[in-house]
Design a protein around this ligand. Structure first.
Ligand SMILES: Nc1ncnc2c1ncn2[C@@H]1O[C@H](COP(=O)(O)OP(=O)(O)O)[C@@H](O)[C@H]1O
Ligand SMILES: [Mg+2]
Length: 258
């Protein structure tokens, strides 16, 4: 197990494209934390993404965004210490549902998480995202650009927190509160990319699948957005709205298509 000064590393929580995350206890007060260690790489892209994540997370403070604790440099490597989420990530919860088999409701068999869970998770991700998109300190907003189940963390107390800001981008707002042309145009780097990914996230929680995208020609994109009829009308409407190509942009995010 790796050694990090001031912490007792207890195990590995997960890994993604650019980092490995460990669970560790802080020696001075026994606080359990999560520490992201950059994957051994000589790639300048990896270094840049990690620096970007640290700069972004250290400026964000919201109950639905994973909290920054500190940065440690050890052995010429940078480690990001953040709050620990003890419920794993949304991908793990979706896998648990799938392992348990088709969910039986009182009226019929259906696939998809319980609406109560979907609503709670969706609302909390939305609040975290709203904070980023409305984070207008010094005239800028943050676009996450990598909203997906692996980057949505859960706690046993029912809290949901947005994580992994490596691919995020900070967009400057123009003078006199005018929204930049880039954002207005729904450029894939703008907040519309997150809105579309949020729609994909919602669709996956309701169907255990990703929405099919049909692009017959560039001007004619349609996205499958119907969810099981057991879900409330409100839920159907929100999914349809978020996955409407005129609302969310199909960005460079990693929401899957088929
Ligand atoms: N604060 C945390 N608490 C608990 N688990 C975490 C935490 N941060 C990350 N993880 C786990 O580690 C995985 C990878 O972390 P992430 O920050 O997404 O790294 P990457 O940039 O490599 O995708 C996540 O999908 C999640 O399972
Ligand atoms: Mg990730």
């Amino acid at each position: 197990m790796i050694e990090i000064p001031g912490y007792v590393v207890q195990g590995r929580l997960g890994a993604g494209g650019f980092g490995t995350v460990y669970r560790a206890e802080r020696a001075k007060d026994a606080q359990v934390c999560a520490i992201k260690v950059q994957t051994e790489t000589r790639s300048s892209l990896g270094l840049r993404l990690f620096a970007n994540e640290i700069a972004t997370v250290s400026h964000l403070s919201h109950p639905n965004i994973v909290s920054f604790i500190e940065v440690i440099t050890h052995d010429h490597k940078t480690h990001l210490v953040m709050e620990y989420c003890d419920g794993g990530d949304l991908r793990g919860l979706l896998d648990d549902y799938l392992e348990a088999g088709i969910v039986l409701t009182s009226t019929s068999l259906r696939q998809g998480m319980f609406e109560e869970d979907v609503q709670s998770i969706f609302l909390q991700v939305l609040l975290g995202l709203h904070h980023c998109h409305g984070h207008l300190k010094q005239g800028s907003i943050i676009v996450h650009r990598d909203i997906k189940p692996e980057n949505v963390l859960l706690t046993s107390g029912g809290l949901v927190k947005l994580a992994d800001f490596g691919l995020s981008v900070t967009l400057k707002e123009q003078k006199s509160h005018a929204i930049s042309i880039e954002i207005q145009a729904g450029h894939p780097y703008g907040p519309a990319a997150d809105i579309f990914s949020l729609g994909c996230l919602l669709y996956e929680m309701c169907t255990f699948d990703i929405p099919a995208v049909y692009a017959n020609d560039p001007g004619n994109i349609t996205i499958e957005s119907s969810i099981p009829t057991e879900f409330s009308q409100g839920m159907q409407d929100i999914t349809g709205h978020l996955l409407n190509p005129k609302v969310g942009a199909i960005g460079i995010n990693s929401a899957g298509f088929k």
